[in-house]
Design a protein around this ligand. Structure first.
Ligand SMILES: NC(=O)c1ccc[n+]([C@@H]2O[C@H](COP(=O)([O-])OP(=O)(O)OC[C@H]3O[C@@H](n4cnc5c(N)ncnc54)[C@H](O)[C@@H]3O)[C@@H](O)[C@H]2O)c1
Length: 352
C-alpha cells in the first residue's frame, strides 16, 4: 500500500478550522483508494511568533524536506504585520523549495451562483498559473533618508529568463491537456523594462507550441475581460503580482473565495510541493465554525493528483460537486447554513 508523509501546517484563524476537514476528506479518499497518509502537525503560526519571535524554527526548512508534501491552512493574524507572517513562513517555503508554479483552478460548480448574470458551469473553467518565486515580490530594495522629508522607499522587480521561461512552459504544457489556449497577463505599455521582457519570453516559449493558441492582454483590460468574458479563458499565465490579483478575482466570479484551491508546485520534485486554499485566515469569521472548507479540501485533491492518485483526486472533486449541488451542503458564504464540520463530513461521506 502506498504511504505518503505529509506535513500539516494549520497556521492561523480559519486555517485551524478548515485544515482538519481537509484531512478528514483525504483520509476518506485513502480508505477508498487504498493508500495511507501519515500526517505530522506543525504549530508554525502567528501564535508561535508571539511566543518565540519566529514564525517557524531556524531548521524549519530542513524539517520540511523530509516530507513529500505540505498541506497548509492560512497564515496571518492581527497584531503581527502581514509582511512579517508572509515572509516568515510562506515565502521562504515557496522560494526555498523552488515552488515556482502557483496553480489556481477557477471553476463554477453546478448549484453555485456566480455574481455575474447568466453564467453557468462550463462558462467559467480555467487555470491561473502564477509565477511564484520572483517578479514584483522581491526583497531587493529599501528605504533612504528615513524620518526626514526626503524619505523614500524603493522596491525592485526581478524577472529572470529562467524564471519566466519555466513558468510559461508549465502553462503551455497544462494547456496541451485542456483546450490548448494560453493567455499572458502583461503591462508592457506602462512598465517598460520588465513587462516587454515578459512579452519577449512569452513569444519565445510559444514558438515551441505551434498547436496552442495564444493571446495577451494588459492586466487592466484583462480584469475587465475576466468579468465580461470569463468563457474566453483556458490557462492564464501571469507574474507574481498579476497572478495574485487575478486569482482572487477569478474565484470571486466563480461564487466564493472560500472554494478556491491552490498548489505551489516544484515540478521537478526536487523538493516538497505545498497545497493551500487561496483565502487567508479570515479573522472576521474565525472561531465561529462557519468557514467554507472547500478551498482546503479541493487543495487536498490537487495534492492527491501530485502524489500520483489522479482517481482519488477526481473522486474528491466529484464529491465536492455533489455536496454543493445540494443547498444543505453549503456554508454561509454560499448562501447556506452548513458548518465547516458538517460540510467537510458530507464531502467525506460522499467519497464512500
Ligand atoms: N495564503 C495565506 O495564508 C493568505 C492569503 C491571503 C491572506 N492571508 C492573511 O490572512 C489575513 C486576512 O486577510 P484578508 O482578510 O485580506 O483575506 P481573507 O481571505 O482571510 O478574507 C477575505 C474575506 O473572505 C472571507 N473568507 C475567506 N475565506 C473564507 C472561507 N473559507 N469561508 C468563508 N469566507 C471566507 C473572509 O471572511 C473575509 O471577509 C491577513 O493576515 C492576510 O495577510 C493569508
Amino acid at each position: 500500500m502506498a504511504k505518503h508523509k505529509i506535513a500539516l501546517i494549520p497556521g492561523d484563524g480559519i486555517g485551524k478550522e478548515v485544515l482538519p476537514e481537509g484531512v478528514r476528506v483525504l483520509e476518506a479518499a485513502g480508505r477508498r483508494f487504498g493508500f495511507q497518509l501519515e500526517f505530522t502537525d506543525f504549530d508554525w503560526s502567528c501564535d508561535r511568533f508571539a511566543k518565540t519571535g519566529k514564525m517557524m524554527p531556524d531548521d524549519g526548512m530542513e524539517t520540511l524536506k523530509q516530507y513529500e508534501s505540505i498541506f497548509l491552512g492560512a497564515v496571518g493574524w492581527p497584531g503581527v504585520p502581514d509582511h512579517v507572517s508572509l515572509w516568515g513562513l510562506l515565502i521562504p517555503i515557496r522560494r526555498g523549495f523552488q515552488q515556482y508554479v502557483n496553480l489556481r483552478p477557477v471553476r463554477l460548480f453546478e448549484g453555485l451562483k456566480s455574481p455575474l448574470a447568466d453564467r453557468k458551469p462550463g462558462d467559467i473553467d480555467y487555470f491561473i498559473v502564477r509565477e511564484n518565486n520572483e517578479g514584483e515580490y522581491s526583497s531587493v530594495g529599501g528605504r533612504l533618508y528615513e524620518g526626514t522629508e526626503y524619505e523614500m522607499a524603493m522596491q525592485q522587480a526581478v524577472f529572470t529568463r529562467r524564471g519566466c521561461d519555466r513558468v510559461m512552459r508549465y502553462a503551455f504544457e497544462l494547456a496541451k491537456t485542456r483546450k490548448k489556449h494560453v493567455t499572458s497577463a502583461t503591462k508592457s505599455n506602462g512598465i517598460i523594462h520588465t513587462m516587454p521582457y515578459w512579452d519577449e519570453r512569452f513569444a519565445a516559449i510559444k514558438a515551441a507550441y505551434p498547436d496552442v493558441r495564444t493571446d495577451q492582454y494588459h492586466i487592466d483590460i484583462l480584469t475587465a475581460h475576466f468579468v465580461q468574458h470569463p468563457d474566453w479563458f483556458d490557462v492564464v499565465v501571469g507574474s507574481n503580482l498579476f497572478g495574485d490579483i487575478l486569482s482572487d478575482l477569478g474565484p470571486a466570479i466563480a461564487g466564493s473565495l472560500g472554494v478556491a484551491p491552490s498548489a505551489n508546485i516544484n515540478p521537478e520534485r526536487d523538493f516538497p510541493s505545498m497545497f493551500e486554499p487561496v483565502h487567508g485566515s479570515a479573522p472576521d469569521i474565525a472561531g465561529q465554525g462557519i468557514a467554507n472548507p472547500i478551498g482546503q479540501i479541493w487543495s487536498g485533491a490537487m495534492m492527491l493528483e501530485h502524489l500520483g492518485h489522479a482517481d482519488a483526486a477526481a473522486a474528491v472533486v466529484s464529491a465536492i460537486e455533489r455536496v454543493v449541488a445540494d443547498p444543505a451542503g453549503r456554508t454561509r458564504d454560499l448562501g447556506g447554513r452548513a458548518t465547516t464540520a458538517s460540510c467537510g463530513a458530507a464531502i467525506a461521506a460522499a467519497i464512500g
